[in-house]
Structures are given as C-alpha cells and as structure tokens.
Design a protein around this ligand. Structure first.
Ligand SMILES: Nc1nc2c(c(=O)[nH]1)N(C=O)[C@@H](CNc1ccc(C(=O)N[C@@H](CCC(=O)O)C(=O)O)cc1)CN2
Ligand SMILES: Nc1ncnc2c1ncn2[C@@H]1O[C@H](COP(=O)(O)OP(=O)(O)OP(=O)(O)O)[C@@H](O)[C@H]1O
Length: 236
C-alpha cells in the first residue's frame, strides 16, 4: 500500500480515518470537534463536580427528599397543564430514580391514570442513544446493562413528546450535567422532531457553568423544588 493517500489511511485500528475536512478547506469548522486538551480539562472538572453534587444529594434527609419530590411534581403538574393540556395522549419519558434522584414515581402513576403514556429509558448498548419502553404501575421491572430497573422488552415506543431528564447539576442557561455517560445528549441529538426537555434536579445543584461543549443539548426548562427555571429566569 503506497499510493498518494497512504498517509491518510487509518493506523489507529478504527474502521474510519480521522476527518481531514479542515485540511482540504482551512476555514472548515467541525461543530462537534473539540480541542483534546480542553476536552480533558472539562471532563476532569465535570467528574469532580459530579462526585461533589451526588454526595451533597445523598446527604439529604429522607424528609427533605420527599418534600423536594412533592414540590417538583407540583411544578411539573403546572407545566404540563399550562403548556400541554395535561399531556393526555402524549408520550412522556420519565425515569426510575437512582442515586438519590427525586422520586417522581407516584406522579408517574398519576399521569398514567390521566391518560399520559409513560416510557422509561433503557441502556441497550454503552455509548449509544437510549431506547424507551412503555411503563404502567403494573409493570414488573427487569434490569438494563447498567443494572438500572427497566420495563421488560415490548413494542418500541412511538416518538417522544416530552422528556424528563434527571440531572446532577444545572445552570441558569438550562445546561445539564448528567452522570457522565452522555446518554441524554446522544439520544436528543438523534431524535427528530426533538421532544420538549425538562431537566429535573435540586436547587442546591445549581452551577455557574458546566463549560458547555458542542455536544451538550440544553433543556427547555429545569424544575427544582424551588422553581421552574427557563433561560428567561425562575418562576416559583
Ligand atoms: N434514573 C436514571 N436512569 C437513567 C439515567 C439517569 O440519569 N437516571 N440515565 C441518564 O443518562 C441513563 C443511565 N446513565 C448512566 C450514565 C453513567 C453512569 C455511570 O456509572 N457513570 C460513572 C461516572 C462517569 C464519569 O464521571 O465520568 C460512574 O458513576 O462511575 C450511570 C448511569 C439511563 N437511565
Ligand atoms: N451526540 C453525541 N455523540 C457522541 N458522543 C457524545 C454525544 N454527546 C455526548 N457525547 C459524549 O459523551 C461523553 C460524556 O458527555 P457529558 O459529560 O455531557 O455527560 P453527561 O453529563 O452524562 O451528559 P448527559 O447530559 O447527556 O446526561 C462526552 O465525552 C461526549 O464525547
């Protein structure tokens, strides 16, 4: 192999070579490209912040958790009633709580009883978009690849209207910090039309910035126990 393109051939073991668009057109900008050194710094900072914020959340008392979840469910009820006519007949992706996330399961049951179709995220493959499976209060849960409880396999869900994205940290710009898998960002990037995204977290997890990267997709709203936050500001 010694033709003029030999130097571009992939030596890394990946089946595709790196992108040379910037070499061909020097003014080309890759919107998903990041400087490797900066990406490493951001990843390191995010990892430390995740640990701090998860520990802070785990330290909440049982009563504070229930109070937070009740207040968040109240805000969510209001948002769904005001903006989505209660979301009756719509598909809403919720989540099965872990690591001290606000437990909205009673509210999920309430929504189901009101005719909202609830689906839950499933990690079918690492570093791939999430899939979603239908849930009702009678569903007997299995486990996904990350050992998170999920509904058993059934027919694939229709397209999502609303997504509740649990978060570890958040900002006034409605940026979200998750657990570090990038699952929600990958999923939202792949969905068309994009659903309405509601981040769910606690007020104390507010950050000045997450050092947003090109692949970060902000939420439309962030709900905490204290307020409904949009990029226009909080609404109690
Ligand atoms: N309740 C709930 N279910 C969910 C999510 C969620 O955030 N909450 N997910 C939303 O994505 C998906 C699971 N995502 C996960 C992503 C990473 C790790 C994880 O173990 N992360 C590493 C930290 C990596 C790092 O900091 O760089 C770890 O905890 O060791 C766990 C779950 C699908 N289901
Ligand atoms: N659309 C995407 N396609 C491919 N990789 C992605 C995409 N979005 C994010 N990633 C990768 O996922 C990794 C983790 O991202 P990030 O730090 O945003 O995790 P996160 O906070 O768990 O994200 P999320 O908000 O999705 O829950 C990043 O290194 C990034 O390269």
């Amino acid at each position: 192999m010694n033709d003029k393109f030999d130097r571009f051939r992939c030596r890394s073991g990946f089946s595709s070579p790196p992108c040379y668009a910037a070499w061909i057109a020097p003014d080309y900008f890759d919107p998903l490209g990041v400087d490797p050194e900066q990406a490493r710094d951001v990843a390191r900072w995010r990892k430390a912040e995740r640990s701090r914020l998860c520990a802070q959340r785990q330290a909440l008392s049982a009563k504070a958790r229930v109070d937070h979840a009740d207040a968040i469910a109240g805000h969510l009820r209001q948002v769904l009633n005001d903006g989505f006519e209660g979301a009756r007949g719509m598909v809403l992706a919720a989540y099965w709580p872990m690591n001290g996330e606000p437990d909205l399961r009673p509210f999920m049951a309430e929504l189901h009883a009101c005719g909202v179709r609830i689906v839950l995220p499933v990690v079918e493959a690492k570093a791939a978009p999430l899939t979603f499976r239908h849930w009702t209060p009678e569903t007997r849960m299995g486990r996904d690849r990350l050992n998170i409880p999920v509904p058993p396999l059934d027919a694939p869900a229709v397209s999502l209207d609303i997504v509740l994205a649990p978060l570890v940290g958040w900002t006034a710009e409605c940026d979200r910090l998750g657990y570090g898998g990038g699952y929600f960002d990958r999923t939202l990037a792949a969905l068309s039309p994009k659903p309405f995204v509601i981040g769910i977290g606690i007020e104390a997890a507010k950050l000045a910035t997450i050092y947003p990267q090109p692949y970060d997709i902000p939420a439309d709203l962030i709900l905490t126990e204290a307020a409904v936050h949009s990029i226009q500001g909080p609404k109690a």
